[in-house]
Design a binder for this molecule. Structure first.
Ligand SMILES: N[C@@H](CCC(=O)N[C@@H](CS)C(=O)NCC(=O)O)C(=O)O
Length: 216
């Protein structure tokens, strides 16, 4: 079955999918679209218009975490626990990353010092939860890589792009969270799944919002 991934260059949700496809070495085609100006063929095939979208033959799947589960079904060694409860816990851990991504994106859009500091306090709350999990296991669910880990890849891709522009270490006080990022981006073909020029494109996009952190 042919796989075509409809993507958008700096989408964190696309990066979850490309890093899993690349990690598993599953062949796929990729079509980048402009989210501000979606082409007719895409809207017609995919009325919900969400990116990423995976075309599997002429069928369409949306939602990056659902797409990850489908990708996992294509490989001989599943990265999900067999037990339904454990599988659900794994999925919960993956879902948690959605909130973290939301907070980080909010931080990059914060236009005042107050909004930025509030965002940072919120992010630390999330990092604290992650740090506690990661004190117990190397990856987000267990000592072995599982599907939930791919959900976290974009967090580290974004933070890696932001780090040179921050006057402080965003991981200060969260060594396990920092180490987890190094581990994830060091997985085969994962760190290199970012599109070419990712950092620059992301920064240019962020700059258009005139964020506080770039003004100091
Ligand atoms: N929950 C979705 C979020 C996808 C999402 O928000 N994608 C953005 C691009 S980063 C998008 O499709 N934006 C266009 C739109 O909402 O019309 C997922 O995990 O796939």
């Amino acid at each position: 079955m042919s796989l075509t991934l409809v993507s958008y260059n700096i989408s964190p949700f696309v990066l979850r999918v490309t890093s899993a496809l690349n990690y598993f070495q599953i062949p796929y085609q990729q079509k980048d679209v402009d989210v501000m100006n979606k082409p007719e063929w895409f809207i017609k095939a995919n009325p919900l218009e969400k990116i990423p979208t995976l075309f599997v033959g002429d069928k369409v799947i949306q939602e990056s975490l659902v797409i990850l589960e489908y990708i996992n079904s294509l490989v001989p060694n599943s990265l999900l626990p067999n037990d339904p409860l454990e599988k659900a816990i794994n999925r919960s851990r993956a879902e948690f990353s959605n909130d973290v991504i939301g907070v980080i994106l909010g931080l990059t859009a914060a236009s005042t010092e107050e909004a930025f500091n509030n965002g940072l306090t919120e992010l630390k709350w999330y990092f604290d939860k992650l740090e506690n999990w990661l004190k117990q296991t190397k990856f987000i669910y267990s000592d072995e890589l599982t599907l939930a880990d791919f959900a976290y890849v974009p967090i580290y891709a974004i933070l890696q792009a932001l780090s040179p522009h921050l006057k402080f270490n965003i991981f200060e006080g969260f060594p396990k969270v920092q180490q987890y990022g190094t581990t994830l981006l060091g997985l085969p073909r994962v760190g290199t799944s970012k599109p070419e020029g990712y950092e620059q494109i992301l920064l240019e996009r962020i700059k258009t919002r005139k964020p506080y952190f770039l003004s100091v």
